[in-house]
Design a protein around this ligand. Structure first.
Ligand code: HXC
Length: 260
């Protein structure tokens, strides 16, 4: 896939999507968000991809937010449309059947932090910095940040970050559960690929079902959510992967999953 503002690469069954506007610290403009939406629509239909990594080009920034130069002249209708465009693109990432890992290689501010939060989980380089600085610009997050941040780090911590606009470093992000792991900058992509590779080696249909249970379940009350889990668990028994996975365990050999 060819894009102006993204680099799309594959390594075996892992896709790597790199946000590529390094001169603007990978800030998100409308054209870029449309490309991101297209890229993830294509990945959703491509079952040869088992997991996705999202990262930023360059050593300094993951994504330093929405493009302030583009946004500055928006009228109300344009601002609303921009918010909805980003929300749609990020929802597509969140709802992608395959898992998505954010490899946060530097600034993840505003829309960049929101992009990272739409991924399934985040690993970060030691130089990563997170924040929702929108209030310093006289606005609030508009790509889901006011909703995903409290779900990830709790109401109180989210409130502090949203009201102060302060940035936090990778250690603090790890402490509050915003990222799962912090690694040296030079090993970030290798680490992300290693985790993605382990995911890719599991039963693909089971991984997709696990993501569906996790994501859909969080929108349901507990009774409905566990009923949904039981349905997904049972549907695993209609797959060849379940037969292979359990037979391989009993025969003390490695499973050869086919995603069927
Ligand atoms: C447009 C940006 C940008 C952004 C950086 N640049 N962030 N351009 N939009 N969000 C550009 C700068 O203008 C500059 O361009 C170049 O990238 C390098 O940035 P510097 O500021 O010179 O780098 P540095 O001094 O190291 O500071 C890094 C920084 C700072 C701390 C990340 O750039 C910064 O504060 N950026 C804005 C962060 C922010 O407020 N994000 C939230 C945006 S609002 P030139 O041409 O001068 O070299 C948002 C809302 C989302 O995300 C929801 C919308 C609905």
């Amino acid at each position: 896939m060819d894009f102006q503002h993204l680099i799309y690469e594959t390594a075996g069954s892992i896709a790597i999507v790199t946000i590529n506007r390094p001169k603007a610290l990978n800030a998100l403009n409308r054209a870029l968000l449309l490309e991101l939406d297209q890229a993830f629509a294509a990945i959703a239909d491509n079952r040869s991809i088992a997991a996705v990594i999202v990262t930023g080009a360059g050593e300094k920034s993951f994504v330093a937010g929405a493009d302030i130069a583009e946004m500055s002249a928006f009228d109300l209708a344009e601002a609303r449309a921009f918010s909805r465009l980003g929300q749609r693109a990020f929802q597509r990432i969140e709802e992608l059947p395959q898992p998505v890992i954010a490899a946060v290689n530097g600034f993840a501010l505003g829309g960049g932090c929101e992009l990272a939060m739409a991924c399934d989980f985040r690993i970060a380089s030691v130089n990563a910095r997170f924040g929702q600085p929108e209030v310093t610009l006289g606005v609030i997050p508009g790509f889901g940040g006011t909703q995903r941040l409290p779900r990830l780090v709790g109401q109180g911590m989210a409130a502090q970050l949203l009201y102060t606009g302060d940035m936090i470093g990778s250690d603090e992000a790890l402490r509050i559960g915003l990222v799962n792991k912090v690694v040296p900058a030079e090993s970030l992509i290798e680490e992300a690929k290693a985790i993605a590779g382990r995911i890719a080696g599991r039963g693909p249909l089971a991984v997709i079902a696990a993501k569906a249970a996790l994501r859909e379940g969080s929108n349901l009350d507990l009774n409905r959510a566990i009923a949904y889990e039981a349905e997904l668990f049972a549907s695993g028994f209609a797959t060849a992967d379940q037969k292979e996975g359990m037979a391989a365990f009993l025969q003390k050999r490695k499973a050869e999953f086919k995603g069927e």
